[in-house]
Write a protein that binds this ligand. Sequence first.
Ligand SMILES: Nc1ncnc2c1ncn2[C@@H]1O[C@H](COP(=O)(O)OP(=O)(O)O)[C@@H](O)[C@H]1O
Ligand SMILES: [Mg+2]
Length: 274
Amino acid sequence: MKVLVVGSGGREHALAWKLSQSKRVEKVYCAPGNAGTALVAENVDIKADDAEMLNDGLARFARGNRVDLTVVGPEAPLVAGIVERFERDGLSVFGPSRRAAELEGSKAFTKHLMRRHGIPSADYQVFEDFEKARAYIEDRGAPIVVKADGLAAGKGVMVSSTVEEAVEGAKRILVEREFGEAGATLIVEECLRGEEASILALTDGETIAPFEPVQDHKPVFDGDKGPNTGGMGAYSPAPVVTGEVMDRVVKEILVPTVHAMKKEDRPFKGVLYA
Ligand SMILES: Nc1ncnc2c1ncn2[C@@H]1O[C@H](COP(=O)(O)OP(=O)(O)O)[C@@H](O)[C@H]1O
Ligand SMILES: [Mg+2]
């Protein structure tokens, strides 16, 4: 079959590379792709970073070239509704619907969902008003974390070791709108300690198949220093995630999240990140 991978990052290179190894796959396209995907797929010059117009272009390409399956990598087109757009044309597409992609598209949505369903996560408050956020940050003290609600290419989270730094971060997000509308809402979160790991799982909205755990390093400078960025490298498996930890993540986070999304009429199919 013919597969179209949407996106232009390292993730899409990995997806295209693996898909191209399947005996069932005769052709892989990647839109827009990158120098890496060019080695394993045919790059197609259609960008995926804008909402409706581009989704139309992609759907037209998929129809015109008889693509059997489209795999969407980045959050932005998912949040913009690319899955609905493709399904409207009867095209098979892998990824969450717009409503389900809120899990990636809005941290406030996700925090509220987790709180409603008793899924463990750092304590938090949500703000639209800077002075209220400042008062809360001063009251809670440092270390503390401030986050832009929406998509910010991995740069909208500031883990702050002082109150001043957190207040400055809140100002950049809410007042200066450094991340545009993604920063119209601010999340202030309790700072968690310890080692971090990522667990990704495939789900069709009913069944969950977790992958090996991963550790990924967000700070931009050597030695895990500096502000967070969109990911400076990752490795897997991550031995810090023991079998016991993995069982808890599946039982206490992944399964309840898939159930919660289904119950709230936003069934999630695609890759879930915890
Ligand atoms: N409450 C927290 N305590 C400590 N570190 C955090 C906290 N929230 C986020 N971080 C750090 O910031 C990174 C990015 O935050 P996250 O909420 O996952 O946003 P995104 O992945 O959308 O950029 C995390 O991977 C983690 O390293
Ligand atoms: Mg994250």
